[in-house]
Design a protein around this ligand. Structure first.
Ligand code: SF4
Ligand code: SF4
Length: 96
């Protein structure tokens, strides 16, 4: 049986921001690294029982992808508009 990850998304003129609550462990590294102060703590609780993050000031996001690169758990995906195609909202693990 394959596991399905649900993702929440936000967007602005430049990018789509996707966050996977099943992967975020609430370390806060993305909040620290975002140069535009886009990301902040959410009221949602993730799979580890800790608050996850969300793009609370999405209008500031430039699509630089620093949050995606620094996230140790691959919980964030950034897609820049006009350059990449948005994925489906659910992603299945590949079969083993
Ligand atoms: S893509 Fe860049 S600007 Fe947008 S949330 Fe991530 S680090 Fe911040
Ligand atoms: S860096 Fe990744 S795991 Fe850490 S809080 Fe941000 S999204 Fe969650």
């Amino acid at each position: 049986m394959s596991k399905v990850f649900t993702r929440f998304e936000a967007e602005n003129k430049k990018a789509f921001f996707y966050i996977s609550p099943d992967l975020c462990k609430g370390c806060g590294l993305c909040i620290e690294k975002c140069p535009s102060q886009v990301i902040d703590w959410s009221t949602r609780i993730g799979v580890y029982g800790t608050p996850i993050v969300e793009p609370k000031r999405m209008e500031r996001c430039t699509g630089c992808r620093l949050c995606q690169f620094f996230c140790p758990d691959a919980a964030i995906d950034i897609l820049r508009k006009g350059k990449e195609t948005p994925p489906s909202k659910e992603i299945s693990e590949p079969p083993r």
